[in-house]
Design a protein around this ligand. Sequence first.
Ligand code: ADP
Ligand code: MG
Length: 406
Amino acid sequence: MGILVQKFGGTSLSTPQARDHVIRHVKRELGHGYSLVIVVSAMGRKGEPYATDTLLDWVSQNGDALPQRERDLLLCCGEIISATTLCSLLEKEGVPSTVLTGAQAGFLTDNSYGNARILDVRPERILRELRAQKVVIVTGFQGQTEDGDSTTLGRGGSDTSATALGAALRAEMVDIYTDVNGILTADPRIVEDAKPLSYVSYTEICNMAYQGAKVIHPRAVEIAMQAQIPVRVRSTFSENEGTLVTHPEGFQESQPGIVDRFVTGIAYVSNITQISVDCPDGNGSGVQLQIFKSMADSGISVDFINVTPTSAVYTVFDNHSEQAIAVLQEIGLRPKSLSGCVKVSVIGGGINGVPGIMARVVEALSDHNIQILQSADSNTTIWVLVKKEDMVQSLRALHSKFELHR
Ligand code: ADP
Ligand code: MG
């Protein structure tokens, strides 16, 4: 048997009951004969004692002046606590295990503290421990620079640690354990009748993840896709096998038949500000160049760009909106802005060129008197921008219009 990577997220480790489930999944796979590498996140969510957000709050309480390098050093503690907790519990059950930090596990990163990029994974130490019949527990979300400084990989970083290890170890599979039954057609916290998908392609989930489906980080999917390692997203709290993420041929090998989906799911990104600027007739393109150059020079990333001869409309994240407005005013423009918007996406490989899709989107929203502030589309996605108060209703209306609960 080969190597299996199991990743357990924050809520999968936060209570004694949840940790019992984790132990069960570990023992079951050991029973199947796998060599196990387990990646853990920090335990719990905001407010719980050892969660990443709690550590960040601690930095704020102390004046928020901690340099980035030292902040990363502190953040590494969350995963060390959960990894050593799991080690205690496995040893108590008679399962020999060992904990490796990101650095000890071989994660070499650049020095972009808080959002470091993985340069290489050198898994020799892990392989040594596996040969010694140990279960290897790796602290997720972290690595080390060439100089030996601790770094963290940014939000969702443990997913990335897991698939990067899967790739470096040529694992048979990476199992991402979380608090829902796999990848669903929408976030089940908002759309109650969202349906679990038994299979999605790397491309489908990558698109959904980039459009805000937080169930797995898009970087993690990109790495798995490059290395062609299958991923399963599944619940810690059940035996259900969840969603298999692979390339279409890989899926057909395990389950012959054709998956021809029109729409895969609905996702959203919130905290968006829409900015509109009128451009004088005749010199529209000059002003537009000024606008987008000034945003780029200020390091503000822009999205959802609609340009006409007399206007430029685009979005930025709410936390950049004040700066964006100030920059535009400095160059003599009078922008209008609307903050607290939400970008809702309908994602599916099958929507390309199908007539009437946009009509269905508009109909779903107008049935509920929801105003579309802006829209755009690509081969695989239709985006609409709506006000925050319309978000929940928009997601539910689109989910039902495309019959995703079926
Ligand atoms: P973990 O701590 O295990 O990494 P996350 O909170 O990062 O967990 O991801 C799981 C959450 O992702 C779920 O609780 C769910 O609310 C949310 N989510 C958003 N979109 C989807 C989707 N399409 N399918 C499943 N879960 C989703
Ligand atoms: Mg996560």
